[in-house]
Design a protein around this ligand. Structure first.
Ligand code: HEC
Length: 193
């Protein structure tokens, strides 16, 4: 078969695929995958953070977070075939600024938390249209635990050495002033369709 004939055959199929989008089963599988990826990211990073806090103390753990958080996000992204990051409206990493979708869903997740939903189940997803095609998007809330306060709590309660290290590494840091139970940020996952 010549190429134009192939294209003529394939095009309606492709267009039909685009118009209908993923089936309910495909969407459920993407949500399950995104949940696994978000859990993997949170657990791996949390594990390394706890080890670093024990071995090096909070000041030393800042360096581990700085180096390992983006690496673990990249490893999880590769493993699950998607793009996973952590973002926050009060970001510490200068690159962790939420886009419009991320900012809006975090506000929604905060409302669900305030309405009494358990922090463990605070996630959401959507299929969105982008200039380059449809995209599956997923967000999971990262609630503040007592453990987080050494580096994200009330500035008056953050140890001086930690404060100095944060000021040196993150001069534009906005990620302090949190209390337990607040949403610190989200794991954000994108997957082009
Ligand atoms: C030892 C200090 C330390 C502790 C404890 C800590 N963090 Fe962080 N956190 C950091 C550093 C440093 C960064 C910036 C990492 C980077 O450069 O990507 C960060 C970044 C983040 C980000 C990414 C968005 C941003 O602002 O850059 C989130 C979300 C986050 N932390 C949540 C938490 C949560 C939730 C806890 C408790 C479970 C926690 N952190 C505990 C030091 C800490």
């Amino acid at each position: 078969m010549k190429a134009p004939a192939l294209i003529a055959l394939a095009l309606p199929v492709l267009l039909a695929g685009c118009a209908s989008g993923p089936s309910a089963e495909e969407q459920a599988a993407m949500v399950a995958d995104a949940r696994k990826a978000a859990a993997a990211l949170t657990q791996r990073l949390g594990g390394e953070l706890k080890t670093a806090l024990g071995e090096k103390g909070a000041e030393g753990a800042i360096g581990v977070c700085k180096e390992r958080a983006p690496q673990i996000a990249a490893e999880v992204s590769k493993q699950f075939g998607l793009q996973a990051t952590r973002v926050s409206p009060k970001n510490r990493n200068p690159a962790a600024v939420p886009d419009a979708w991320e900012a809006e869903v975090q506000t929604g997740l905060e409302k669900r938390l305030a309405a009494g939903e358990k922090p463990e189940t605070l996630d959401t997803w959507q299929i969105v249209a982008t200039p380059t095609g449809k995209q599956f998007r997923y967000a999971k809330a990262l609630p503040v635990l007592p453990l987080c306060l050494t580096c994200h709590g009330d500035p008056a309660a953050i140890p001086a050495g930690v404060k100095a290290r944060l000021a040196a590494d993150y001069p534009l840091d906005k990620a302090t002033g949190y209390a337990p139970g607040m949403v610190r940020g989200i794991v954000s996952i994108k997957r082009p369709l």
